[in-house]
Design a protein around this ligand. Structure first.
Ligand code: PEP
Length: 257
């Protein structure tokens, strides 16, 4: 049984003072052994969130990481810096980074290498655009992105990665993939991982769905056999909505065992 992960991507929202309050509300409502709960604030709120999370089972993550440990890379942040800030997770290759900031499969792979070297659990995002889905290229896009992620992966604990399937057309649009669409994609990804990394890694790797997950649609998505959690954007900014998603994940553990 894979422990579900519910990760909140706060994007460029939640300033430091607000982070303290949001974390306080989440601590009161979402601490559970049944689910790995993670929040990913913007960089300037990491320290405050870390302080507010002291002693909590809720993990802290960042939204990006550079591949070098230090250097002349204005605006970037390194893995040792994230570790120092209290992070245990990092989102890599989010479609907003790919779309707006020129992130490529190659830079995603380099960032992933840095995360693994510094023992940050990577949450690597993959997923197709609407045009790619409509052109029946979904599987080809996922294969290409997965191929890049798992380049030179000998020696990795592949099962320790977290992959987030985030169809770009579902992110921030209010239009989520149906549970069946999510399950089809996750099954495809798990089978791909099995071929590349072996059945044992494929059995334990957690595959999150992301794209307009809400309190209303979470249960249907999370009940799918290959959906092991969610990467949540908009709904992670409201404690009640995020808590409802965490509870939906906890409920599925009973069904899936
Ligand atoms: C995300 O940012 O990864 C995301 C899935 O956003 P939203 O839930 O708002 O679609």
């Amino acid at each position: 049984m894979r422990k579900p992960v519910i990760a909140g991507n706060w994007k460029m929202h939640v300033r430091a003072q607000e982070a303290t309050e949001l974390v306080r509300q989440l601590r009161a409502a979402c601490e559970t052994d049944a689910v790995e709960v993670v929040v990913c604030p913007p960089s300037t709120s990491l320290a405050t969130a870390h302080e507010a999370l002291r002693g909590s089972s809720i993990g802290l993550g960042a939204q990006n990481v550079h591949w070098e440990p230090q250097g002349a890379f204005t605006g970037e942040i390194s893995a040792p810096m994230l570790v120092e800030a209290g992070c245990r997770y990092v989102i890599i290759g989010h479609s907003e980074r790919r779309q707006h900031f020129g992130e490529t499969d190659a830079t995603v792979r380099k960032r992933l290498g840095a995360a693994l070297t510094h023992h940050l659990t990577p949450i690597v995002c993959i997923g197709e655009t609407l045009a790619e889905r409509e052109a029946n290229q979904t599987w080809a896009v996922l294969e290409r992105q997965l191929g890049a992620v798992f380049t030179d992966c000998a020696g990795w604990d592949c099962g320790g990665l977290i992959l987030a399937y985030e169809p770009v057309w579902a992110i921030g649009t209010g239009r989520n993939a149906t549970p069946e669409q999510a399950q089809d994609a996750h099954q495809f990804i798990r089978q791909w991982v099995a071929k590349r990394c072996g059945a044992a890694a494929a059995h334990v790797i957690r595959l999150l769905y992301g794209g307009s997950v809400s309190a209303g649609n979470a249960a249907g998505l999370l009940q799918q056999p290959d959906v092991d959690g969610a990467l949540v954007g908009g709904a992670s900014l409201k404690a009640d909505a995020f808590t409802a998603i965490v509870r939906a994940a906890a409920d599925t553990t009973a069904v899936k065992t």
